[in-house]
Design a protein around this ligand. Structure first.
Ligand code: CP
Ligand code: NVA
Length: 331
């Protein structure tokens, strides 16, 4: 493996900070590391290093991916849970950054505003990786694009339709990723759930260079013509107040991914979701909302989630391989 750490010393905060070539190289490195792992070939590329994992919001995939990827690379981890540190409460982000950077070789941060992870990075002399903020979830996009590449063999020209709440971390980051990598991206949602207008403008500029297209569309029937990937995410994200559920369910139900929606896409289209997903009533929140609003799923039906077209678990596995690539490349 030549020049694995081609981003040595860089933070990984949002895809806007990287060139299309760099993003492509991260995806290719993840594929190489995945092949090594499957073949049982050790790849302890960061032997003896230590990393801190700060989670101010809960996580299954991202935390487990950082931990297993770190172990595979020969590193040790410290997990700081949403309540178990001084961060923000008794110690500023700037001070936390300087303390942790003097002990660790890299810092992962999951939390609220993007400005917090940016501030952490500004004051840290070691790489900082964004494990999700309200605005962006960049490691998720690498996993999504690796999964699409594995399935279709290419990224450029894939028609990617994002259904639902497109104004939060997933809609934003997928649009940026699509712009960088030359996909045809459609945000299909009511107008008030379209991605931030300034970010759309920025992506349209990037798209001029890469051949990507960026479309905002309210009508699912128009959006889905020729779609290869149909993607959705929860309608209420971590950190949002519970009282927005009623409005979200009312306004976003026409954008639920159903078999009828899938049938409007191209032959061979796949369903993707960053997870976790409310596709049935087998969760505390899903059950509560189901009973309250008389529904048996939210953003996607159980039928689509469990269908042949659904590649959500391949996608989830790829979180680990792509996060490993980000750490190996930047350390
Ligand atoms: N997709 C994702 O980030 O999952 P977790 O919240 O479980 O980390
Ligand atoms: N939009 C979701 C993504 C979870 C991976 C959230 O922020 O909760």
């Amino acid at each position: 493996m030549n020049n694995v750490n081609f981003l040595k010393g860089r933070d990984f905060l949002k895809l806007l900070d990287f060139t299309s070539e760099e993003i492509g190289k991260l995806i290719d490195l993840a594929a190489e590391l995945k092949a090594k792992k499957k073949a049982g070939i050790p790849h302890r590329l960061c032997e003896g290093k230590n990393i801190a994992l700060i989670f101010e919001k809960t996580s299954t995939r991202t935390r487990c991916s950082f931990e297993v990827a770190a172990f595979d690379l020969g590193m040790h981890t410290t997990y700081l849970d949403p309540t178990g540190s001084q961060i923000g409460k008794k110690e500023s982000i700037a001070d936390t950054a300087r303390v942790l950077a003097s002990i660790y070789d890299g810092i992962e941060y999951r939390g609220y505003g993007q400005t917090i992870v940016e501030e952490l990075a500004e004051h840290s002399k070691v790489p900082v990786w964004n494990g999700l903020t309200n605005e962006f979830h960049p490691t998720q996009i690498l996993a999504d694009f690796l999964t699409i590449k594995e399935h279709f063999g290419y990224l450029k020209g894939i028609k990617f339709v994002y259904m639902g709440d497109a104004r939060y971390n997933m809609g934003n980051s997928l649009m940026v990723g699509a712009a960088k990598m030359g996909l045809d991206f459609v945000a299909c949602a009511p107008k008030k759930y379209f991605p931030d207008a300034a970010l759309v403008e920025e992506c349209l500029e990037i798209a001029k260079e890469t051949g990507a297209t960026i479309t905002l569309e309210e009508d699912p029937a128009a959006a889905l013509v020729g779609a290869n990937v149909i993607y959705t995410d929860v309608w209420v994200s971590m950190g949002e107040p519970a009282d927005v559920w009623e409005e979200r369910i009312r306004e976003l139900s026409p954008y639920r991914v159903t078999s009828e929606i899938m049938a409007m896409a191209a032959e061979g289209a796949v369903f993707m979701h960053c997870l976790p997903s409310f596709h049935d009533l087998n969760t505390i929140v899903g059950k509560e909302m189901g009973e309250k609003f008389g529904i048996d799923c939210m953003e996607v039906t159980d039928e689509v989630f469990e269908s042949e077209a659904s590649i959500v678990f391949e996608e989830a596995e790829n979180r680990m391989h792509t996060i490993k690539a980000v750490m190996a490349a930047t350390l």
